[in-house]
Design a protein around this ligand. Structure first.
Ligand SMILES: C[S@@+](CC[C@H](N)C(=O)[O-])C[C@H]1O[C@@H](n2cnc3c(N)ncnc32)[C@H](O)[C@@H]1O
Length: 174
């Protein structure tokens, strides 16, 4: 169940491919805090939602409408090229996140390789749901550093009109 305290919150969904260490998995932790709904079957995922896909051609921007929700695919980074195509048939809006650095201890400082919780927080921030982004990050002891590390690009991305502007802003950081 989603946390019902704020009806303005964007619904967050995780397709969990069952490949991670359950103790370290950020998606499972979010589900425990009722911040996201976890699915282990592709067929159960909602349609027409935004899928955060690092290989997508189009960058997420404030022009995207998250009312149908945001989906993260929680799988091993070694498996992304195999698992993402399995979701093609669902007719989701595939979007890549622009340049940001991971703030978590596993991939600290690595560009683009965000964990599931960071990917949700970044997307929410760009889409104008900053409070929800902070709520997600507040459950992780490194969460604040992810937002601080990326505050400048995040604030700029959140002012973009569309995907092309996001790519233009990103070019100043890469
Ligand atoms: C590959 S999984 C790794 C999960 C990690 N084991 C954990 O515990 O959080 C991370 C997911 O976050 C999303 N993600 C991460 N970085 C992204 C990016 N640069 N663009 C779009 N989505 C991204 C994708 O849905 C990706 O599959």
């Amino acid at each position: 169940m989603m946390n019902p305290t704020n009806s303005r919150d964007v619904p967050l969904y995780i397709y969990h491919a069952g490949q991670c260490d359950p103790k370290k998995c950020t998606g499972r932790k979010m589900a425990r805090f009722e911040l996201a709904r976890l699915y282990d079957k592709i067929s159960r995922l909602p349609r027409s939602a935004i899928l955060l896909d690092p290989m997508a051609e189009k960058a997420l921007s404030p022009a995207d409408d998250p009312k149908k929700g945001i989906i993260v695919l929680d799988c091993s980074w070694e498996e992304v090229e195999r698992v993402f195509p399995e979701l093609e048939k669902l007719n989701l809006e595939h979007r890549a996140l622009p340049y940001m650095l991971a703030g978590n201890p596993v991939n600290f400082g690595r560009p683009f390789k965000l964990n599931s919780a960071e990917a949700f927080a970044a997307a929410l921030y760009i889409l104008g749901y900053k409070e929800q982004a902070e709520k997600v990050m507040s459950k992780f002891n490194w969460g604040h550093s992810f937002l601080e590390l990326n505050r400048e690009p995040l604030d700029e991305y959140a002012t973009a009109k569309n995907s092309s502007e996001i790519v233009e802003i990103q070019s100043h950081y890469i």
